[in-house]
Design a protein around this ligand. Structure first.
Ligand code: ADP
Ligand code: G6P
Length: 487
């Protein structure tokens, strides 16, 4: 059955993502409110949909069921896809975030494999495919996003062979030896191959995928044909699937405008006054996720304090952590570890009126975020593994004054582009402390030079460039091969 609310739509551009850009906050059950959804996917795609006519199918972040309050501004382009409480547990918390998320992030924590989670994943992917099929007009372009929906391309193609299907993975694609652990590996690969174009953040992810297809689908012709963003193609019986790398980015101009606005600049000055004019400010902004390396970051700072290379009088670390996936065990334990560490550091190195770590477990709005970026002397982006990491690019975009230095993990996708940052291996405690100290002591002229180069890159390769290059490849050529070696 076609989902009721979407039946009338005939959009020519449809985004399908697990999340809508807004989610329903039901903390106050009597007065639920729409808020911006967390995470980089939403940050990147929201400005894209704003500039294109189109629809977005996604989950509204609540399992209360029943009717949603009206979306703000009567935004008819948003199409909520409901999840039941069981699906939230099995599809979202389970298969998406306790199986795929850790497996695709180097198995930083061990992934769990559970047959009932898989069934839920199948069912929910089918529902998303049905919603997309109902929303798309004849010959529309449907852009499916991320690891929660890897079966949607093939399911959608079965329902709507006329639409053009793109898929983009926002997280890393692991090497075959890790991916092959997945009991449902073939089904996932078949699901992805339903797309006309499969995009990854980095060439390495695309290469991993092509290798995997060679191993799992021996009959298929897989060629490496590096041409601009397209790194290879898979020739199926009746069509061709292109595979490429498209590093995602931020709305650089929008952030720069925000950073230059007077209220944000005033707030930056106020933050600096509140934290102490003479103190150097280090900043971390992350979802509270074990891949983000927050604990390692705190330990490195603790090491600097213990060695007397920084003191609470001259340095402060502000860590903003967005609540995320809070019922999952690894996330709860990670939060407990971080909060214990903050307590230890402040207990050992603070004094009345002056603590070395300010920790906020909350989401802040865009203006406050821009003001914080503006106030930071050192931005710490130090994940253990990250598909891209938009915070790094946001910080750069928000510093038209050329101030501040960026400490960036080698294991963030962004490190392949932002090579003028101070790169660090967050697993190496000694190096981590040295790089932090170097950033704190960086010569101003050298810092400005680096920031100028970083900004040049981020402004050229912004999120519009990303979407444009992906969609241009998706639309370039028909994608079908009437007769060829694989036919
Ligand atoms: P991920 O997608 O894994 O969360 P990214 O760094 O790619 O990581 O994207 C995170 C996005 O969420 C960025 O746009 C960032 O500004 C935003 N964000 C992260 N933490 C917060 C916070 N505490 N408050 C508001 N926005 C946040
Ligand atoms: C990452 C994922 C996104 C996800 C976001 C927030 O960016 O790639 O798909 O939306 O994290 O996580 P959440 O589980 O809250 O949607």
């Amino acid at each position: 059955p076609r989902p009721g609310r979407t039946a009338a739509s005939d959009a020519d551009f449809v985004v399908v993502a697990n999340r809508l850009p807004l989610h329903l906050d039901t903390t106050d059950l009597d007065a639920p409110r729409w808020r911006r959804s967390p995470g980089g996917l939403v940050s990147a795609l929201e400005p894209i949909l704003r500039t294109r006519r189109g629809a977005w199918a996604g989950w509204a972040g609540t399992v209360t069921g029943g009717a949603h309050p009206a979306l703000p501004d009567q935004d008819t382009r948003m199409h909520p896809v409901p999840l039941t409480e069981d699906e939230y547990r099995d599809y979202y918390e389970g298969f998406s975030n306790a199986t795929l998320w850790p497996l695709f992030h180097d198995a930083v924590v061990p992934p769990d494999f559970d047959q009932s989670w898989w069934h839920s994943y199948l069912g929910v992917n089918q529902r998303f495919a049905q919603h997309a099929a109902a929303l798309a007009g004849p010959g529309a372009t449907v852009w499916v996003q991320d690891y929660q929906l890897m079966l949607v391309p093939a399911m959608l193609r079965a329902l709507r062979p006329d639409v053009r299907i793109g898929f983009f993975l926002h997280i890393p694609f692991p090497p075959p030896e890790l991916f092959l652990q997945l009991p449902w590996r073939s089904q996932i690969v078949d699901g992805l191959l339903g797309a006309d174009l499969i995009g990854f953040q980095l060439p390495g992810g695309a290469e991993n995928f092509l290798q995997l297809v060679r191993r799992l689908r021996r009959g298929e012709d897989v060629s490496r044909a590096p041409h601009a963003s397209v790194l290879g193609r898979v020739l199926l019986r009746d069509r061709e699937v292109r595979v490429g790398a498209f590093p995602i980015s931020v709305d650089a101009a929008g952030l720069e405008d925000l950073a230059r606005s007077e209220p944000v600049r005033e707030r930056t000055r106020q933050i600096r006054r509140q934290l102490g004019e003479r103190r150097r400010i280090m900043l971390g902004v992350d979802r509270l996720d074990y891949t983000k390396g927050i604990d390692q970051r705190l330990r490195a700072f603790e090491g600097l304090l213990a060695a007397g290379r920084a003191t609470a009088q001259d340095t402060v670390l502000v860590q903003i952590a967005t609540p995320s996936r809070e019922r999952i065990g690894h996330y709860r334990r990670q939060r407990a570890r971080i909060e214990a560490r903050v307590g230890q550091i402040n207990g050992a190195f603070g004094q009345v009126g002056q603590v070395p770590v300010h920790y906020l477990h909350t989401t802040v709005d865009r203006s406050e975020l821009a003001a914080l970026y503006g106030a930071a002397d050192v931005m710490l982006v130090t994940p253990l593994r990250d598909g891209m990491n938009l915070v790094a690019k946001e910080f750069v975009a928000a510093r038209p004054d050329l101030g501040g230095s960026l400490v960036l993990s080698e294991f963030a996708g962004a490190a392949q582009e932002l090579t003028r940052a101070l790169l660090v291996n967050p697993h190496h405690p000694v190096e981590f402390q040295d790089v932090m100290a170097a950033a704190l002591g960086q010569d101003e002229t050298e810092g400005r030079r680096r920031m100028r180069d970083l900004r040049h890159h981020v402004r050229e390769r912004d999120v519009h460039h990303w979407a444009h290059s992906f969609l241009a490849v998706l639309h370039g050529g028909s994608g079908s091969v009437p007769s060829g070696p694989g036919a």
